[in-house]
Design a protein around this ligand. Structure first.
Ligand SMILES: Nc1ncnc2c1ncn2[C@@H]1O[C@H](COP(=O)(O)OP(=O)(O)OP(=O)(O)O)[C@@H](O)[C@H]1O
Ligand SMILES: [Mg+2]
Length: 359
């Protein structure tokens, strides 16, 4: 039986102060937690509440395996219209999508839920171009009546995409901080998640209206948030189940809560493209890519144990004399039903290659 709720709800028990969350306001939610702690599921649940309160949803940066596409099979999507946003060289065949680099504010009238997922692009570069274009359009929205809840499943991606247009990291970071600060004026609510306690998070966290704490694993809270331990026991935070969370509002109210798993949420190892009937066709010099796919398949079938897209790239260079960048390998992997997954090996985080649906 598929677990989860078609109308996922949440509860909160305030332990210090209290606040009614208004899901029609352009607030910033920032979700911090280790891998698999239920961050994405939480963002989907509150996304659902934004939708119910008259907002639109833009699911922008999903994981590489297209997690955001799961909205299509939600009961919610039967009541609301969904539109896919895709890359230049991608044909969605049965689905009529919007090309990301051509996205205009007028397009917002076409649906309630917009999904831009990695498998709908030929490369990460294309995805970043598209996201940057959408961002620039949305942040120039001077007049709005419908707020948009933007889901960004890995906050660091936002910075990487801005580095692409600004060329240097400090400038991109300054601009991004400015954009987030100004987001409410353009009617943009944001739901960000992160596993990392990197410097970008500190600046972004300062702008959040709601800090959501999931299971933080062995590393615990970053230093600037250690004051939270005076209210929430560190042990409790370390033992959270995926349906549990702590909440800190920008006014300092704090609470503990539980939420339902949305029924549509993508399960681990699930081939979501197939499940929702999206079959993108990639046009990138078909002949060349067929050959590259052949090489990638050969490596996947020959290597054993844990290996990464960089290992595949090195192997192809050494054995075939052909250079395929690790990002390119990532794209070809998807086309032969493989994906990458973060794994901790000897205490080091690595993106290892896995067969979709395999163990
Ligand atoms: N509210 C919930 N109730 C029960 N189980 C849940 C709930 N939320 C999440 N889970 C379980 O935890 C799993 C991981 O959730 P989710 O994908 O949201 O984690 P994540 O923190 O986003 O992971 P990642 O860091 O890999 O992106 C889900 O597939 C589901 O099995
Ligand atoms: Mg996630």
């Amino acid at each position: 039986m598929v677990k989860g709720k078609t109308k996922p709800n949440f509860e909160i028990f305030w332990t210090k102060g209290s606040k009614k969350i208004n899901f029609h306001n352009p607030n910033i939610f920032f979700c911090l937690g280790r891998r698999g702690s239920g961050k994405s599921a939480f963002l989907e649940t509150i996304g659902y509440h934004h939708l119910q309160n008259g907002c639109k949803i833009l699911d922008l940066f999903g994981s590489k395996d297209g997690e955001g596409l799961a909205w299509i099979r939600s009961k919610v999507a039967e009541d609301y219209d969904t539109k896919l946003i895709h890359g230049e060289m991608v044909d969605l065949q049965k689905h009529k999508g919007i090309k990301g680099t051509k996205f205009s504010l007028e397009d917002l009238k076409k649906a309630d839920i917009f999904i831009s997922a990695s498998p709908l692009y030929t490369s990460m570069d294309n995805e970043f171009d598209s996201v940057n274009h959408i961002f620039d359009k949305l942040w120039n929205r001077t007049y709005w009546s419908t707020p948009i809840f933007i889901i960004i499943r890995e906050a660091a991606n936002l910075l990487y995409s801005r580095v692409k247009v600004r060329k240097n990291q400090p400038m991109a970071k300054a601009e991004l901080t400015y954009m987030l600060r100004e987001s409410r004026h353009s009617g943009l609510a944001l739901g960000l998640d992160s596993t990392k306690h990197t410097s970008i998070d500190v600046d972004i966290r300062k702008l959040t209206d709601y800090l959501v704490l999931k299971n933080l694993g062995m590393y615990g809270l970053p230093k600037d948030l250690h004051w939270i331990y005076s209210i929430f026991d560190p042990n409790t935070l370390q033992k959270f189940n995926p349906n549990e969370y702590g909440l800190v509002t920008k006014e300092g109210a704090m609470g503990l809560g539980t939420f339902d798993l949305p029924r549509w949420h993508k399960r681990k190892g699930e081939h979501i493209l197939r499940k929702v009937g999206v079959n993108p066709k990639y046009y990138e010099s078909e002949k060349e890519s067929e050959q590259a796919i052949g090489y990638v398949r050969e490596v996947c079938e020959s290597l054993t144990g844990n290996f990464t897209p960089s290992d595949i790239s090195d192997w192809i260079k050494e054995n075939k004399g052909v250079e395929i960048r690790p990002e390119g390998v990532g794209l070809y992997l998807r086309r032969i039903d493989y994906t990458t997954e973060n794994q901790s090996i000897d205490g080091k985080q690595m993106r290892t290659v896995k067969q979709i649906g395999g163990s």
